[in-house]
Structures are given as C-alpha cells and as structure tokens.
Design a protein around this ligand. Structure first.
Ligand code: GLU
Length: 273
C-alpha cells in the first residue's frame, strides 16, 4: 500500500513537471521552430565584444553589428514581419554551453563550422567566409604566421578555435588566452603579447577602432561561419537555411554585407559572401 502511494505521488509529480518542462525533455530537446512560432521570437546568442559582428553600444545599451542585423532579418523571414529577435550576449567560451543548456534557440556569433563542433551541434549553411589572420602594432617585426617562433607570444580568446589553429601553425609560440575579444585587444595594446590572432573580420574591426594596429600576413585558415543549433533541431535549421537563401535572393544579405564591411581598407567583401 505504502509503495503504491509513493508510486502515485511520483506519477502526479511527473505529470505536473512534465507539463512545465515538456514531459521530461529539456528545452534544448523541444522543437525550437514550433516554440519560436508560438512565442513570435527566436532567441539568439550574439557577440557583444566583437566590432562589426556584434558589439555593445555603451551609450544606447544596444548590441550592433552584421550578425545582429542578420538575426533580426532572419527572425522576420522565418516568423513574419511582426516577429522580433531576442538577443542574448555570448562569448566564444559561453556560446556552446548556453545553447546546450537550452537558453538559446540559435547562435550567430562568428562561429566556424568545424568537424569537432558538428559532433555536438548542428549548423546551418555558411553565411560568412572568414579566415584567420594576425593583428600587430604598426611597425611590428611580425609580418606573418611564419614569424611566430619561440620567444613570441600570441593572444587569443578562450573557446575559439583560433587558439588551436595557432598552436598547429606555429607550435613554438606561446599562447595567452583571455576571456573575450575586448580583453584580448586591451592585452595586445598593453604589450602582453606580440600579436593577436583570430578571424580577419574581427581583427579588421579592432584595426578600425585603433588604426595603430594592423592586420598582417593574409589568412592562414578557412573559417566558414554557420548558425549553430542544438542537434536534431531540423525544422529550425531548414527554416533558417531557406531564409538565408531568400535574404540572398532579395538583396538583403548583400545590403548588410555592404553596410558593415564595404569601407574597411584591405578587406575584400567579394571573398566573404
Ligand atoms: N571563428 C572562430 C571560432 O569560431 C574564431 C572567432 C570566435 O572566437 O568566435 O572559434
């Protein structure tokens, strides 16, 4: 009798919790597209430390950049004109745990589609073709990845694959990892490293902010950016891929690429789209 009571209690609790949490499934497991349609929003992880892509404007409190504009345009394309994107700040280090934890529907945050990441996440088609490069102080002896020998120090950001790429391409150099790109650039400016390495677009954003720092040596990797989703979110992935195609076809995509990247000296926008 006692056992039966216990069993019933567990069953009732399961029903109550099930209604609240999608019947034992975490938010990350629910159909993200169906949920987005119900709430008329897509919850996006965006950068807030990365000029040109996603940067917090401290005066307005708004995050601005190419990826923010893309998140807004994609949300409306998928859900309709009245829908609004919900933006949540992520860093290179927090984006995967936040997505997997069910806090986000999608991540549009300078994230390269890599085979390792594809083991745990799904990606849409690529929306931006970056490549890794180096940022140095004007006049630096470092001109390319070949100059990163023993005795040099390179600054990178935790959770980015740029750090692994540097270790592969220049195994003798020391790598200093910081929490985000704002801190990484501050560290370069205060002389904590000889170069900062990540994708060219991100580095051009820093160079735009402070022209005393320049991008050198071209690119030494290919970094196609994709929108990351939880594994199995096929409906949302397909809807976003369709929306990406539509935004390319109707000229919105090109307009946004031009808005953010057309007047960056040295940056070839024909290569990224
Ligand atoms: N695209 C690289 C990556 O996904 C570097 C940029 C970043 O840290 O977001 O890791």
């Amino acid at each position: 009798m006692h056992k039966l009571k216990l069993w019933l209690t567990v069953a009732v609790l399961c029903v109550v919790a099930g209604v609240a949490a999608g019947c034992g499934r975490s938010v990350a497991d629910q159909d993200a597209l169906a949920h987005a349609k119900k709430t008329n929003t897509i919850v996006w992880g965006v950068k807030a430390d990365t000029r040109l892509f996603g940067l917090m404007n401290t005066k307005t409190g708004k995050i601005q950049g190419f990826e923010v504009d893309m998140a807004n345009a994609l949300t409306k394309q998928v859900l309709g004109k009245s829908a609004k994107a919900t933006l949540v700040q992520v860093t290179s280090d927090t984006r995967v745990p936040m997505l997997k934890g069910g806090n986000l529907d999608a991540v549009i945050a300078t994230m390269t589609i890599t085979p390792e990441r594809q083991k745990v996440l799904d990606f849409t088609d690529s929306y931006f073709k970056a490549g890794q490069s180096l940022l140095v102080k004007k006049g630096s002896k470092i001109k390319s990845i070949k100059d990163l020998t023993a005795g040099t120090k390179v600054i990178g950001v935790q959770g980015s694959n740029s750090v692994d790429n540097v270790k592969k391409a220049a195994p003798a150099t020391t790598v200093l990892q910081l929490a985000d790109y704002a801190q990484a650039f501050t560290a370069l400016k205060s002389g904590q490293g000889d170069a900062l390495s990540t994708d060219n677009g991100i580095l051009y954003g820093m160079s735009q902010q402070d022209p005393d720092y320049v991008v050198v040596g071209g690119t030494f990797t290919k970094e196609p950016y994709g929108i990351a989703l939880n594994k199995g979110q096929t409906n949302l992935r397909k809807a976003l891929n369709k929306a990406l195609q539509e935004l390319r076809a109707d000229g919105t995509y090109e307009k946004l690429i031009n808005k953010w990247f057309s007047d960056i000296p040295g940056f070839d926008i024909k290569e990224v789209a």
